[in-house]
Design a protein around this ligand. Structure first.
Ligand code: SF4
Length: 624
């Protein structure tokens, strides 16, 4: 059956379709309200999508999965794109920092904390802020106006025990609730002021502060009146600097897009209470679908449940997302309320989309400019190292042993000169003997190459090491039947000659580059931008390996801390682990759940729970 006959036999229900090539590999995944009509539109030539003919040329079959609704189709499409990474789909690789301020008004002496996720836990969330510096600026400014405490609960309790406030009090950045130096009502006024301010309701806030200032003046509480006057002045100064876009009280995410052939950039502006509080851009290369399919697929992935994003009341898009309402219904389900998804054609909302489009254009222009300069670096590497392909995508590998007890390896990935963090991987070495770097590398490359179908191979493998390490890599590639460029990079030993020396880590060492089938290493001049780029990839793999070691060490510490818990001996520890299954589960268990563990008394349960609550408090970032 050819593709056209196959399309005619498809159901007219909603679902997901998968175009496949002659080997059954998935080329493109899409969703539709009416599967037959959508697939037909590709084949009939009337689709008009960017480079879609290239897809139709290569497609030999189409599979479909019928779903209950187009919303379910959207969720399934996301899942399948993540799993299969088809070459014609865009993939959102979200490694952006997503920061927000959290305030729990019902807590004792509430405070602001920085968080990375919005949760439905009864607390209030403000943001998102797109950089920690933007958030730090916002909080330090805010605390000058409304000096809420910045300490963790554990520190708060500690100072309460000591009976004196910390230096924040002397510096007038906190009113000292730990020692009852401020009354609950006065503190609650600060909390309310903070909330109004963060919600952008500054007019209301200024009115309220003015009312209280007058009342304090009438009652001859002049110090309080002066403090309120200063608060009003600071609020007004801060508000003056914030740009109002569109009507207040409406939270929106506004999307813009810019395109130059296969290069595309999507920009999102977060507008909260009428103010732009943050912006993020996402770049895509080798895009082969049209704008509508690109933005539709992007939005479906962007609001995927796993990101736990704050859903605004309105989403503005730069064009039709062509998903028959699937996104709108998904957002409404997640948020538990109505969410508007519009592509505005006129008025202030269109102006907002134009602003996002303009930002996307600027970001794309910056990227294309940087691309021009990285292309020169990659071309230098290709020429000097006689590489078969321009090394647009490089994977760097490093192996290290942790305290002689555990060997780990790491992979980093760079694409067009920039780290691609979603493609970083950590490997615990399972089979190789400790301190046998070669065996460890053999294991890593075997595991990596076994996934070549689901994780496309890079243009260049870079391994930290000399001839031997490169030999392991080359053999693994040959065994798996792949022909990909490979390079080993290692520092010259001190006894080696003085040629091409570079200053690194306080010493004078040159870098040697080893190539397969070549006896002598290549020494690039220290000023070579290509060499500097490879060093950057190698250094990043070291950094990532060290981070991995640290996290393993802290996990080991976690275990030993549990062992030191007063009153919890080996019998109770074993019972806890047996009953709850893991350290994480013990950490997250409620007192009631802990009490259900055989042998654990009410006192033990409270001690364990309090211990982990303190641990979480002391490791939580401060709100300042
Ligand atoms: S003075 Fe404020 S910040 Fe310092 S410990 Fe007391 S409550 Fe916390």
């Amino acid at each position: 059956m050819d593709l056209t006959e196959r399309a005619e036999a498809l159901p007219t229900e909603p679902g997901v379709y998968l175009f496949k090539n002659e080997r059954g590999a998935i080329l493109y995944i899409g969703k539709a309200q009416n599967l037959r009509a959508r697939v037909r539109s590709y084949l009939g030539g009337g689709d008009g999508r960017y480079q879609i003919p290239a897809l139709v040329d290569r497609a030999r079959d189409v599979d479909v999965v019928v779903t209950h609704s187009v919303k379910d189709a959207l969720l399934l499409e996301n899942e399948l794109i993540k799993r299969h990474k088809p070459p014609f789909n865009v993939r959102l690789r979200d490694d952006k920092q997503y920061l927000a301020l959290r305030l729990e008004p019902k807590a004792d002496w509430p405070r602001l904390t920085q968080v990375r996720r919005f949760r439905d836990d009864g607390a209030m969330y403000f943001g998102p802020y797109t950089s920690s510096s933007a958030m730090r600026d916002a909080t330090s400014n805010l605390r000058r106006i409304f000096p809420l405490r910045s300490c963790s609960n554990a520190v708060f309790r500690d100072y309460r025990r000591r009976g004196r406030p910390c230096i924040e009090f002397q510096m007038k950045r906190c009113l000292g609730p730990c020692c009852d130096l401020v009354g609950a009502d006065a503190y609650a006024e600060l909390v309310n002021g903070t909330i109004l301010f963060l919600k952008g309701r500054s007019d209301e806030l200024v009115q309220e502060l003015s009312r209280r200032m007058r009342a304090a003046g009438d009652a001859e509480r002049f110090e309080e009146a002066a403090m309120l006057r200063d608060q009003i002045a600071r609020v007004e100064r801060t508000v003056e600097r914030q740009q109002i876009v569109g009507e207040r009280r409406v939270d929106r995410d506004v999307f813009g897009m810019a395109r130059d052939g296969g290069e595309a950039c999507v920009q999102v502006l977060h507008v909260r209470e009428g103010r732009v509080v943050g912006a993020q851009d996402y770049a895509f290369s080798d895009v082969r679908i049209d704008d509508s399919a690109l933005i539709g697929s992007f939005l479906g992935q962007y609001y995927g449940p796993e990101h736990e994003r704050q859903i605004p009341s309105e989403v503005l898009t730069p064009g039709d997302v062509g998903d028959d309402g699937g996104l709108q219904s998904l957002l409404a389900d997640t948020a538990g309320r109505k969410v508007g998804v519009h592509a505005p054609r006129r008025g202030p909302k269109l102006e907002l989309v134009r602003m996002a489009n303009r930002n996307a254009e600027l970001s794309l222009a910056r990227r294309l400019e940087a691309r021009g300069s990285i292309d020169a670096v990659l071309a230098e590497l290709q020429e000097r190292l006689s590489l078969a392909a321009l090394p647009r995508r490089i994977e760097g590998y490093d192996v290290s042993t942790l305290h002689g007890t555990l060997t780990v390896a790491c992979r980093v990935a760079f694409e067009n000169g920039r780290p691609s963090k979603p493609d970083y991987r950590r490997y615990r070495i399972k089979q190789a003997a400790l301190d046998d770097d070669y065996a460890a590398l053999r294991e890593v490359f075997r595991r990596r190459l076994a996934r070549a179908d689901s994780e496309p191979l890079p243009d260049l493998f870079l391994v930290d090491g000399g001839k031997g390490h490169l030999g392991v890599l080359s053999a693994a590639l040959a065994d798996a039947g792949h022909s990909v460029d490979a390079v080993g990079i290692s520092k010259e030993r001190d006894l080696d000659g003085p040629s091409a020396r570079v200053r690194r880590g306080g010493g004078l060492k040159a870098e040697r580059l080893y190539l397969p089938g070549r006896r002598d290493p290549v020494l690039l001049p220290p000023s070579s931008r290509g060499l500097l780029y490879l060093q950057r990839v190698r250094d990043e793999s070291h950094r990532f390996a060290i981070e991995f070691q640290r996290s393993l060490r802290s996990r080991q510490n976690f275990t030993s801390i549990l062992e030191e818990l007063p009153g919890i001996g080996p019998v109770k520890r074993r019972a806890l682990l047996r009953e709850l299954g893991s350290l994480r589960a013990i950490k997250e268990a409620s007192i009631e759940r802990l009490r259900e563990v055989p042998g654990v008394s009410a006192r033990d349960a409270a001690a364990i729970h309090g211990f982990f609550a303190d641990l979480a408090d002391s490791s939580e970032p401060d709100g300042s």
